[in-house]
Design a protein around this ligand. Structure first.
Ligand SMILES: O=C(O)CCC(=O)C(=O)O
Length: 326
């Protein structure tokens, strides 16, 4: 029999008190919604509890419009997906750092990037941009299968390491009917083989300009679009500095474009060493005058802002910024 337990908590933010529903032992937790001035601690607490959280109304409608205007010429040329996972009535458009300047401000949005960095830094020296993609779900596209994004790396990364921090920005309203992202709160802690019951699936309903944050471990997917208008989301994700990125940022944003960007964004793309012995290059045509071991910043015409570090066996960190590298 269905038992319903209502637990009122002392939330100070303008969010509804969570309603926990006990369905024969399976607790269903609604997604929390925080306000745009939420602190990193509040965001991380929600991610810890549920594996996902909505932040309402983070960007204004002008920014949304600029983003849509910049990406629309590329969406217009993008074919629909060619399998059920990508969505046969869904257009996925990438290379957004290069193509859509407004996207750059969203990637480095202070509230989001601080949360991403704090979330991932227990496992890495630096973080990387993992993927940039608009996801345009058209009417008639069925729900995408539920999945955990971390399984892009197979099951090789132990569950104790959280390798991914995800965002999907609502560039149109996200509604139950038009395919708002589905999510199973709490499933980030489950055994990876555990399947979700239909009643455990929530949807990230949110207004245009809001953002849905979710971890690489939580079950989620695009929703079914049963409406008569398309749903546009902007998926920007981050990962650990020592993992391979989903979207190859060196090809999607090659050096001649990366040169024009802010150093922080260049480094998020990967134009920096992940650590002392991670990610240097050698010029394939020129001989190594001075050194043949070059930090990636050199291809952009500058020196590293901070040298790569090497954790010694004693645990102290050696800073190589003083070491001559060029
Ligand atoms: O479009 C969405 O709401 C989520 C898409 C997603 O999870 C994916 O493509 O991996």
């Amino acid at each position: 029999m269905l038992t319903i337990a209502i637990i009122i908590t002392s939330f100070t933010l303008s969010v509804p008190a969570p309603l926990f529903i006990n369905l024969g032992g399976n607790f269903i937790m609604p997604l929390q919604t925080l306000t745009a001035d939420a602190s990193t601690d509040q965001i991380l607490a929600a991610l810890e509890a549920d594996g996902a959280v909505i932040i309402a109304d983070v960007i204004d409608q002008d920014t949304v419009k600029k983003m849509i205007d910049e990406v629309t010429p590329y969406i217009d040329k993008t074919p629909m997906g060619n399998d059920d996972f990508s969505g046969r009535k869904t257009q996925r458009t990438g290379a957004l750092v290069a193509r859509a300047p407004t996207c750059r401000d969203l990637i480095t949005h202070r509230c989001i990037l601080d949360a991403a960095t704090t979330f991932l830094e227990p496992f890495t020296e630096k973080i990387l941009l993992h993927l940039t993609q608009t996801i345009y779900i058209h009417p008639g596209n069925p729900a995408q299968p539920l999945h955990r994004d971390r399984l892009a790396w197979g099951t090789h990364i132990p569950q104790s390491i959280e390798p991914q921090f995800n965002t999907i920005w609502a560039l149109t309203d996200f509604t139950i009917a038009n395919g708002a992202t589905r999510c199973v709160p709490g499933s980030h802690r489950w055994d990876w083989k555990q399947r979700a019951e239909p009643e455990q699936i929530e949807q990230a309903e949110m207004s245009t300009g809001s953002v849905f944050l979710y971890t690489g471990s939580v079950l989620h997917s695009g929703g079914e679009n049963r409406s008569n208008a398309a749903r546009l989301g902007l998926n920007l994700t981050y990962t650990l500095g020592w993992l391979r990125q989903e979207e190859n940022q060196y090809l999607s944003c090659p050096p001649h474009i990366a040169k024009t960007l802010d150093p922080e964004l260049q480094e998020l793309l990967g134009y920096t060493q992940g650590n002392y012995a991670l990610g240097y290059y050698s010029d394939p045509e020129e001989g190594g005058a001075g050194s043949d071991i070059l930090p990636p910043e050199m291809v952009l015409g500058r020196k590293p802002r901070k040298g790569p570090t090497l954790a010694s066996t004693e645990g102290e960190v050696i800073d190589f910024s003083e070491v001559e590298q060029i």
